[in-house]
Design a protein around this ligand. Structure first.
Ligand SMILES: NCc1[nH]cc(CCC(=O)O)c1CC(=O)O
Length: 362
């Protein structure tokens, strides 16, 4: 008997190779726990759809960043990019956990020894948001208004508006930062929409910032799921939760960042979208480099085809095209002087470049 119309699900890997219980390493902040649980649920669901019952248990890993988050040490001095990531990666490599979930924008751009390339699930809203007193927008905040952010990228773009706002350094988790507006200590803070949505505080947003004014950090709103290189069955299982468009976008944004970081240490914003062009999907990429004091900004963009023909490109080709787009736009910006932006007058340049978005503790 032939069954017509039912396409059997193709099992790409033997779920039997997976342990019945997977340990997911996570930071212990509310944001980290929420996004880790979200990944655990997506993974369990996808595996269940293939007939595999796998339990994903969350394991809290304390990071150097968590341990020092109480003081006000600027994160850039705590060891640079990725301070929150190292402890999770070490736990993975030691075999204490099987997979780890990170905020992608907090990951350093280089590959991690012994770990598989990251899997990128469906992305949350990548934009930044203003949370201001009395429901105000940026345009309504008066000159002299105190806006909190610890991110040089956000600070530079706020100052670049020329509205006379004062940017005040800020650290702590999302709850702590929101509290400074409630208490009246600050007139406003700028935070990632994604973080606010994940911890259920999006109702406090008073303005969604258009990327035309505030280009987000490369990878903002996206998660990265990692496992050991020596765990190929798990890597294949993780691909069940991958979103191909989100992956292409973050590959482009991070290739741009990696190239710019090599050539300049200014605040960097980047945002890619997959859009439908006449001949198939295209990757549209926007990027921004600014002097720390916002006195000079450079914004550029590009659009490249993601698939050359209707038969589509393979995953590897798509990834390569996305990376190439990021690299090429960075090269163009460097050729136009992006690296010189740091020598803009009056920027109190730290000895070491600030990480691209060092607002710490999620
Ligand atoms: N740098 C801290 C950080 N890392 C990830 C998020 C949440 C948003 C995201 O996943 O991009 C935040 C908070 C913020 O920037 O407001």
């Amino acid at each position: 008997m032939t069954t017509v119309g039912i396409v059997p699900t193709r099992v790409e890997f033997p779920p039997a190779l997976l342990p019945r219980k997977l340990r997911l390493g996570t930071r212990r902040s509310k944001l980290a726990l929420t996004q880790s649980q979200w990944v655990a649920d997506r993974l369990t669901e996808s595996l269940a759809a293939l007939g595999a019952t796998v339990e994903v248990e969350l394991v809290e890993v304390t990071t150097h960043g968590d341990a020092t988050a109480k003081d006000n040490t600027p994160l850039a001095t705590l060891g640079g990019t990725g301070v929150f990531v190292t402890a999770l990666r070490d736990a993975l490599l030691r075999g204490e956990v099987d997979l780890a979930v990170h905020s992608l924008k907090d990951l350093p751009t280089g590959p991690a020894e012994g770990l598989s390339p990251v899997v990128v699930p469906l992305r949350e809203d990548p934009r930044d948001a203003l949370v201001a007193r009395d429901g105000l927008t940026l345009a309504e905040l008066p000159a002299g208004a105190r806006i909190g952010t610890g991110s040089p990228r956000r600070a530079a773009q706020l100052l670049a508006l020329g509205l006379g706002h004062e940017v005040v350094g800020l650290r702590g988790n999302v709850d702590t930062r929101l509290g400074k507006v409630t208490s009246g200590e600050l007139d406003a803070v700028v935070l990632a929409v994604a973080g606010l949505r994940r911890i259920n505080r999006a109702a406090e947003i008073t303005e969604l910032l258009d990327p035309l004014l505030m280009l987000p950090a490369p990878g903002q709103g996206a998660l990265a799921v990692e496992c050991r290189e020596a765990d190929p069955a798990l890597r294949e299982a993780l691909e069940l939760v991958q979103d191909d468009d989100a992956l292409a976008c973050v590959l482009a944004e991070r290739a741009l960042l990696a190239r710019l970081e090599a050539g300049c240490s200014a605040p960097v914003g980047a945002l890619a979208d997959v859009v439908e062009g006449d001949d198939g999907p295209e990757l549209s990429l926007r990027a921004m480099v600014a002097a720390l004091d916002g006195s000079v900004t450079m914004r550029r963009s590009s659009v490249v085809p993601l698939a050359p023909d209707i038969s589509g490109s393979s995953g590897a080709d798509r990834a390569e095209r996305a990376r190439a787009a990021g690299h090429a736009l960075a090269e163009q910006m460097l050729a136009e002087g992006a690296a010189d932006l740091m020598s803009a007058p009056d920027s109190e340049t730290p000895a070491r470049a600030p990480q691209h978005d060092p607002e710490g503790d999620q």
